[in-house]
Structure formats: C-alpha cells, structure tokens
Design a protein around this ligand. Structure first.
Ligand SMILES: Nc1ncnc2c1ncn2[C@@H]1O[C@H](COP(=O)(O)OP(=O)(O)OP(=O)(O)O)[C@@H](O)[C@H]1O
Length: 252
C-alpha cells in the first residue's frame, strides 16, 4: 500500500519543492513507483520536473474543486516510475473556493484514496502556509516530512506547524506521524549551520535525518532546466545527498 508523505513547513523558501522533486525522483530511481502531488499554487514542482503548465489539461485544482478524477489529472515525467499531478496558478483561488464546500478538509484524502495503491510513495509538495491546502495535505498523509533551513531563524514558526499537526491529529487524522526532519541549505563556510543542526537535533532528536542537504548550486539550477538533480547532474553533491535521503526514507 502506498505511503503518503506531505512535505510541509509554512515558512517560505526552506526547500520544500527542492526536497519534494528530488526525493520523488530519487525514490523512483530506487525502483519505487512515485506520485508527486503539487499542491502549491506557485506550481514550482510542476515546472521543476519539466511539465509545461500551458499544456496541462487538468491540475490539482480540478481534482479538489471540480471533482476531476486524480487519474485523469496524472501526467508522466521524464523519470521512469515518477508521475505528477501538477498545479497551476488556478489553485491560488482554491483556499477561498473551498470554504463553503462540504468536507473541505478531506477532499485531497478522498481523491488520493483512489490512486494510493498504485504507488509505493505519494509525495505532496505543500504551499508556504497553514491554510486549507496544507490542512488537506496533512489530512491525506500518513506522515509529514519537515524541511528546515540551516539558518539563524530555523526554528521560528515551527510551533505553529507542530500545533497545526496536533490539531489535524486530534480532529481529522489521528494516524498522522512525523516522518522526519531534513536540514537543508547548509552553508559549509560558517559555523552557524552547525549550531542550528545541534538546536534542531535537541528539539526533534532521532527524527532528524542523518543526511543533511548542503547548499549546492546545481540544485538551484536544475529547476530552470525542468529536471530533477539526478538527471540534470547525476554526479553532483546535490544528487548524492538526495539519493542518500531517499535511501533513509525507504529504510535502506
Ligand atoms: N540545497 C540547496 N542548494 C542551493 N539552492 C537551494 C537548495 N535548496 C533550495 N534551493 C533554492 O532555494 C530556493 C527556495 O527553495 P524551494 O523552492 O525548494 O523552497 P520552498 O520551501 O519550496 O519555497 P516556497 O515556500 O516558496 O514554496 C529555490 O530557488 C531553490 O532553487
């Protein structure tokens, strides 16, 4: 049965999309069947994996609002074993449009129930907010993976995220677990990152992955070429660390 992992942190720019795309691609490279779900209106995971948004017929908005089947909204990617349900800017209106709908928090869960069993992993790239789209993702998920950037304000805002997770566990999804915490964008030139790692480890203990994602220019270039790092530059440090992270997630 497929495992659904929401990649979430309401803080912007911490590496949610980079982690969602590259973890998904590396899981597929390990032979897993993976569905990447882009539920961020910016649609960066969609373009980052090479889908031209102008060519998208149905996106996650249609699944959530127009009752389009997730099967019809699923597109192949250039990576074998990796499929995507894309997002387009249409999704920006969904937060408001979902408000008057019945069971608005469980719409993604219901949709993913239809396709979950076809995949080993479903990875959801959440938007930088704790609104209804993130709540839908946490409600649909078996677990949540939290990227935290190795910077001075790393832990700021985490209490709101953990509070939201607790509320979802209490009212919507008692099974929701913390999958793990991945530290991102470590800058080896300063000591600050190492101090942040210690702080985050004190807070999340064994939930912190051994793999730490360094700043790597190839990781920031790959999305503009519509590629995951393992196809854009398979020999880069970025490809190496996301492959290591995928192995940790699989439990190798
Ligand atoms: N390890 C890394 N090394 C270098 N650049 C990175 C790395 N991880 C992410 N970036 C860059 O940092 C920026 C923010 O990353 P990303 O889009 O993954 O964050 P996000 O949390 O998804 O952002 P948002 O909150 O806007 O959805 C992007 O330009 C990305 O290319």
């Amino acid at each position: 049965m497929g495992k659904i992992i929401a990649v979430a942190n309401q803080k912007g720019g911490v590496g949610k999309t980079t982690t969602s795309v590259n973890l998904s691609a590396c899981l597929a490279a390990l032979g897993k069947k993976v569905l990447l779900v882009d539920i961020d209106p910016q649609g960066n995971a969609t373009s980052g994996i090479g889908v031209n948004k102008a060519d998208v017929r149905y996106c996650i908005y249609d699944v959530l609002i127009n009752d389009i089947s997730p099967v019809d909204a699923t597109l192949p990617t250039e990576i074998e074993g990796l499929m995507i349900i894309p997002a387009t800017i249409q999704l920006a209106g969904a937060e408001i449009e979902l408000v008057p709908t019945i069971s608005r928090e469980v719409r993604l869960k219901k949709a993913l129930e239809v396709v979950k069993d076809k995949y080993d992993f479903v990875i959801i790239d959440c938007p930088p907010s704790l609104g209804i789209l993130t709540v839908n993702s946490l409600t649909a998920a078996d677990s949540v993976l939290i990227p935290i950037q190795c910077e001075y304000y790393a832990l700021e805002g985490l209490s709101q995220l953990l509070n939201t997770i607790r509320l979802v566990q209490k009212h919507l999804n008692s099974q929701l677990a913390i999958e793990g915490v991945v530290l991102t964008m470590l800058d080896a030139r300063t000591n600050l990152g190492l101090q942040v790692i210690e702080e985050v480890k004190k807070y999340f203990q064994e939930k912190v992955y051994k793999t730490i994602i360094p700043r790597n220019v190839r990781l920031s270039e790959a999305p503009s070429h519509g590629q995951a790092i393992i196809t854009y530059d398979p020999r880069s440090r970025g490809a190496e660390v996301y492959s290591d992270l995928a192995k940790e997630v699989v439990g190798v």
